[in-house]
Design a protein around this ligand. Structure first.
Ligand code: NAD
Ligand code: WQD
Length: 342
């Protein structure tokens, strides 16, 4: 069964391609390589023992997308393709609204034309802002988005809810990812940030590898046990497998129109200092870090209530923080400097 994986050459998409093949699906990647490299296709081929179909196309290009749908006749789509840099989204809002929402609308129109109902959408815990109650449940009241990027996810979810509510033949799940980290245990695919990483774990691994002089810990004066901010870090392979389970669940549901949002996290919060200490234990490296002021826009603490994923999808994260950091470090160590986009 063919499944279109937009953004399938990216961090989460490439790991999901592996999980899809392992579950017996045939993923077909659509990526414009605006934030990924072709070397990921080599990594996938080594892991899977065969090549994966890949179209180089922009999901905003309706003609190209129509052509791909006609050729591949997918049973559904997992839509990862989007820009994700929070800071850049504040400086270039139109770039983000165009890419993240334009591509979603184009995709929905073609799915409607071709009678392709099943869609998994990459949403984010960013839609919760700083929730009042932790762990945060899916029905937690919506908060104003803290960034343009976050707004594209909030509006994206509303578009999806509206098309399903209109009775259009769409079966849709938005997966709200918490903080994806780690890499495939082979060390052949992983996260490939461009330039200075925004996210904690790639910054840690690049610092330990000597590519950055020092990690800044953004704030140690939060109201948390050690003063540093708390997140729910999930191994990217657990997240990848959640997509497979969600797709199987969606395809099996009898309704002709449905929309659900589901948290994908571990349910456990870890502070920045806990991540650093866990990385040091996993890698055997002493990390050079210093405390710096809070990063504007950061929330204090957020972690998932994972009850809905367990109850409705039958999915629970299996891998530990230690395992995720071990895998992230293995990927970093295997990365050639000329491929590292630093
Ligand atoms: P990524 O940048 O590694 O992957 C996205 C892929 O989409 C890239 O390969 C990029 O080249 C491609 N792409 C972007 N725009 C495209 C377009 N118009 N047409 C075709 N391809 C396009 O990012 P990721 O970390 O794998 O994130 C995947 C999805 O998950 C994104 O939608 C992101 O917003 C969402 N998400 C990510 C995180 C995270 O922390 N990584 C957390 C929550 C949600
Ligand atoms: C985690 C913690 C930082 C870097 C972001 C997006 C969110 C989602 C995931 C896409 C925070 C601290 C970080 C550093 C640090 N992306 N930190 N030093 O901010 O939870 O979420 O990525 O949807 O939308 O906002 O993740 O990895 O950037 O930060 O101390 O150099 O690490 O302050 O407490 P975040 P992160």
């Amino acid at each position: 069964m063919n499944i279109l994986v937009t953004g399938g050459a990216g961090f989460i998409g490439s790991h999901t391609v592996v999980a899809l093949v392992e579950a017996g699906f045939t993923p077909v990647i659509v990526d414009d390589f605006s934030n990924s490299e072709r070397l990921v296709l080599d990594g996938l081929e080594k892991i899977l023992g065969r090549s994966v179909s890949c179209y180089e196309a922009d999901c905003n290009d309706a003609a190209a997308m129509r052509d791909i749908f006609e050729r591949e006749k997918p049973a559904g789509v997992i839509h990862f393709a989007a820009f994700k840099a929070v800071g850049e989204s504040m400086a270039e809002p139109l770039k983000y609204y165009r890419n993240n929402l334009g591509s979603l609308i184009t995709l929905l129109e073609i799915m409607q034309e071709t009678g392709t109902p099943n869609l998994i959408f990459s949403s984010s815990a960013t839609v919760y802002g700083q929730p009042e109650h932790l762990p945060v449940k899916e029905d937690s009241p919506a908060q104003p988005a803290m960034s343009v990027y976050g707004n594209t996810k909030r509006i994206g979810e509303e578009i999806l809810r509206d098309v399903a509510a209109a009775g259009k033949p769409f079966k849709i799940i938005s997966l709200r990812y918490f903080n994806p980290i780690g890499a495939h245990p082979s060390g052949l695919i992983g996260e490939l940030p461009r330039g200075v990483p925004n996210n904690l774990v790639p910054f840690i691994t690049q610092t330990a590898a000597g590519l950055r002089p020092q990690l800044s810990v953004f704030g140690d004066d939060y109201d948390t046990p050690d003063g540093t901010a708390i997140r729910d870090y999930i191994h990217v392979m657990d997240l990848a497998e959640a997509h497979v389970t969600a797709f199987q669940h969606l395809a099996a549901r009898p309704e002709t129109a449905l929309y659900e949002a589901v948290n994908v996290g571990t349910g456990e919060g870890a502070s920045v200092m806990q991540v650093i200490r866990s990385f040091e234990a996993a890698s055997g490296q002493k990390l050079n870090f210093h405390i710096s002021p809070r990063r504007p826009g950061d929330v204090e603490a957020v972690y998932a209530d994972v009850g809905k994923a367990a109850r409705e999808l039958g999915w629970t994260a299996r891998r530990s923080l230690h395992e995720a950091l071990t895998d992230a470090w293995r990927w970093q160590c295997g990365l050639r400097k000329e491929d590292a986009r630093i």
